[in-house]
Design a protein around this ligand. Sequence first.
Ligand code: PMV
Length: 323
Amino acid sequence: MKKVLVSAPGKLMLLGEHAVVYNRPCIVTAVGQRMFVTLELLPEPTFELEASDVQVAGYTKPFANLGEGDIPKGARFVEMAVKNFTKKYPLKGGVRITTKSEFSSLFGFGSSSASVVCVVRGLSELAGTKLGNKDIFDIAYRTVLDVQGKGSGFDVAATIYGGTLYFVTGGKVIEPIALEELPLVVGYTGVKADTVTLINAVAEKASRDPERIDSIYTQIGKIVDAGRAGFASKTWPLIGKLMNSDQEFLTMLGVSSQKLDVMVQAAIDAGAWGAKLSGAGGGDCMIALVSREKKEAVSEAITKVGGQIINVATNVEGVRIEL
Ligand code: PMV
């Protein structure tokens, strides 16, 4: 039977998290640890899934029941992606899907979105439908919303388009930022963060003080717009400053943590141009923008306070067919 192997990168938020849920822009880069998904057509209309990274083995379901019943956590995103794709573009038979990730789902690199995007891209290949990036985005973003209810879609865009993107909520704007390099150090806190819990915590804060929180979103949006120009002209010290002010606003939103604060401060004390949390906050990763000369000192400082340095390429290629 027809078979295809698809891969897609993870992502790191550079500027604008949380505000991007509320109609503001963000800047995101694709990272060089990838999700690999094999899709194989089956003669009968059955969905089969092997996803050992998220403890799913021998999972199977008739196509007619996709999305129904008690779905194991590790199968939800892929199953809904198959459901949403086949609703629009019916397959003749079924599909066997195997996922394998190069990165730990703990880092917050967006493994769920990367797997959804691989599934949609792979199914379009198997079905012979010609889908553009925006078509893939629409099905994949719908899937993420169906499963987790909330999210701007920035991670979906990053894993499809790759590179570094200027992105506005729901894909209203998706524009590449031309970059040759991105001098980042990435530090993992060792703490797994839950995106939806943090989005809800910020929403709760906003319900108590709507004007203040909305003005924070607007100021974060301005930081992102200034950052976009800074990235284009590679004015790293300016971007460092913007990262620091973004971190201050994220702290006001209540999404930083003591561990993140300590790692961010250690990076700045060791000579980084700037540093901030990356993603929802509460844990996951922080990023520091550093010159070549300071890279080692900053990495050591982060490690010394208990962070784990993650060596990843940034600004990498988006979803692609491997075989
Ligand atoms: O938890 P992450 O790394 O996927 O980042 C979430 C970023 C938010 O802005 C809080 C949510 C979103 O979907 O934009």
